[in-house]
Design a protein around this ligand. Structure first.
Ligand code: ADP
Ligand code: MG
Length: 153
């Protein structure tokens, strides 16, 4: 199946799912994180990084566009493109090279850089529901489908 969905009752549930997602992910993956401001995209990223063994601070890359992390023999790049405007900046900063078989890229507000990004292996959508969040993970590529099959949600 190409879609998984579930309910995250609180922030700890989001962090815990992040750790399970970390186990299912593989190098080379591109993941779009969708949902409004405050939906939990950065919180989920924090859970993924914790799950990969990263013990440091995970801050929102709202002003820097990207925050790089070196974890368990791979590079994870966390993008927040909310303030992204200039495609030349993308080229000049060399962001294209961040998408490679040895990295994982998680991208908030990917629509702001439409046309510059590779096809997402997964789209993860977070939506407020009651006091928590609904989450839906959709796989778009063969690689993404294989990884999603490893995920218990
Ligand atoms: P985004 O990156 O999508 O803008 P953040 O992760 O920065 O959102 O903020 C999400 C907010 O929602 C945080 O205050 C966090 O504590 C809270 N939160 C995260 N997951 C849940 C959840 N499952 N239920 C309720 N609140 C949550
Ligand atoms: Mg965020």
């Amino acid at each position: 199946d190409d879609t998984r969905s579930g309910y995250l009752a609180d922030e700890n549930a989001t962090l815990a799912l992040g750790a399970r997602i970390a186990n299912a992910m593989q190098p080379g993956m591109t993941v779009f994180l969708e949902g409004d401001l405050g939906a939990g995209k950065t919180t989920l990223t924090r859970g993924i990084l914790r799950g990969m063994g990263f013990a440091g601070r995970v801050k929102s890359p709202t002003y820097t566009l990207v925050e790089p992390y070196a974890v368990s023999n791979l590079n994870l790049y966390h993008f927040d493109l909310y303030r992204f405007q200039d495609p030349m900046e993308w080229v000049d900063a060399g962001f294209r090279d961040y998408f490679n078989p040895h990295s994982i890229c998680l991208i908030e507000w990917a629509d702001k850089a439409a046309g510059l990004l590779p096809t997402a292996d997964w789209t993860i959508r977070l939506t407020p529901f009651e006091d928590g969040r609904n989450i839906e993970i959709q796989a778009h590529t063969e690689h993404g489908k294989a990884c999603l099959a490893q995920l218990a949600l």
